[in-house]
Design a protein around this ligand. Structure first.
Ligand code: BEZ
Length: 386
């Protein structure tokens, strides 16, 4: 049975009876606080804390934090420590697809629920799915496919691709390429750049310029996204080779650091702060009040991880098994729009927005060009749905 839909404002009003209502549980928070994805981890954590605060449930959760960096073996060590030593009732977080892939068997085997707050690894909600893994962020294919459909409608049929050489980069390019081909597009060339080591994107941009492509489609996030967009801007090729990508490329989190180089770039994402809905307006105001900046998709993912957990706890779930059962049943309309967990995969079903970065009143913002509603992945070998 689905949990009741509850608005952010109802949570703020203390629907769950303030701090008295729930038994305390231990959350093992697995986020990068160092390395190329550190800023993403901080923003996810801030969103998570906002959800607890809004629900008046800070005291219902003991949080033990561990730095996963973006290194799979570090992630495995930290997961073991949190589950065995700290006796976490639930794990939350994960930014890198590589780290998620590395801890998947441990999570499944130790039967501890995991709420994924970023890492898009397709396999974790595909053929490597688990009843203990629920993802409230996105899958790599889910945010890439829509651009494969959109580009031909914008008159672009020849594309060059670039992405970092690890699971997320390969999965995003694969999903985009397949969808683009289905809509008559052709990937005329592409390269994978060494992950978290590439400082000079010049040689890759030179190859892309010579490829005969009409546009670039890329996946970069965090520090790599900032370097890539700035170097793309310096290359002066935005007219001949416009830049498209999954929207981690021009995320609100680092839009200021990208500056005018980001203008005209087009992204696909499940959340942008310019969404004009009452739920998002309330969320943006609450986040801005605490952090004096607009929230990014990472903040929303952390917020929804916290909110899904709190709503699961509100059904009485208070240990690993009952939380694993309750977490995937939560649904509501939140800052990003409708949020529902697919019972067949445990991946989130959600809208994906195609948007362009524009300058308005001297401020960079996201102008939404298209909304693809309720994007859902195929099970791809996951048997959770029977
Ligand atoms: C990933 O590794 O899954 C990922 C990292 C940063 C942004 C998006 C996806």
């Amino acid at each position: 049975m689905k949990n009741t839909t509850v608005s952010a404002l109802a949570l703020t009003a203390g629907l769950f009876g303030g701090s008295a209502a729930m038994a305390e549980i231990t959350v093992g928070m697995m986020l990068p606080t160092s390395g190329t994805y550190a800023a993403l981890g901080q923003e996810i954590d801030a969103g998570f804390m906002l959800a607890l605060e809004e629900a008046g449930q800070q005291d219902a959760v003991r949080i033990v934090r561990e730095d996963t960096e973006a290194r799979p073996q570090v992630g495995v060590q930290k997961a073991r420590k949190l589950v065995m030593q700290d006796e976490a009732d639930v794990l939350v977080g994960l930014v890198s697809s590589g780290v998620l892939g590395a801890i998947r068997d441990f999570v499944d085997g130790s039967q501890v629920p995991l709420i994924v707050a970023n890492a898009g690894n397709d396999e974790a909600t595909g053929d490597q799915c688990s009843r203990y893994i629920t993802r409230v962020s996105f899958s790599n294919a889910q945010v890439s496919r829509p651009m494969g459909e959109y580009l031909p409608t914008a008159g672009i049929t020849k594309v060059y691709t670039l992405a970092p050489d690890y699971a997320a980069g390969r999965q995003m390019i694969d999903a985009f390429t397949a969808e683009f081909a289905e809509h008559g597009g052709e990937v005329v060339g592409g390269e994978y750049t060494p992950f978290a080591q590439t400082e000079d994107f010049g040689p890759y941009l030179t190859n892309a310029r010579a490829s005969g492509a009409e546009a670039l489609f890329v996946f970069y996030a965090g520090g790599e996204a900032i370097s890539f967009v700035n170097q793309y801007g310096s290359f002066g090729i935005s007219d001949s080779l416009p830049l498209y990508g999954t929207g981690f490329l021009n995320s609100q989190l680092y839009l200021d650091a990208e500056g005018d180089s980001a203008i005209g770039t087009v992204g696909s994402l499940h959340y942008v702060p310019s969404l004009d809905t009452p739920e998002n307006e309330a969320f943006v105001a609450a986040y801005q009040e605490r952090h004096n900046k607009l929230p990014s998709e990472y903040a929303v993912q952390g917020y929804d991880a916290g909110r899904v957990l709190i709503e699961a706890m509100a059904t009485g779930a208070d240990d690993r098994e009952s939380l694993a059962e309750a977490i995937p049943q939560v649904s509501y309309t939140g800052p990003r729009g409708p949020l529902e967990i697919d019972p067949a995969t445990h991946n989130v079903i959600q809208n994906v927005y195609i948007y362009e970065i524009v300058k308005e009143d001297d401020r960079l913002t996201q102008n939404i060009l298209a909304t693809i509603e309720n994007v859902q992945d195929e099970p791809h070998g996951c048997t959770l749905g029977g």
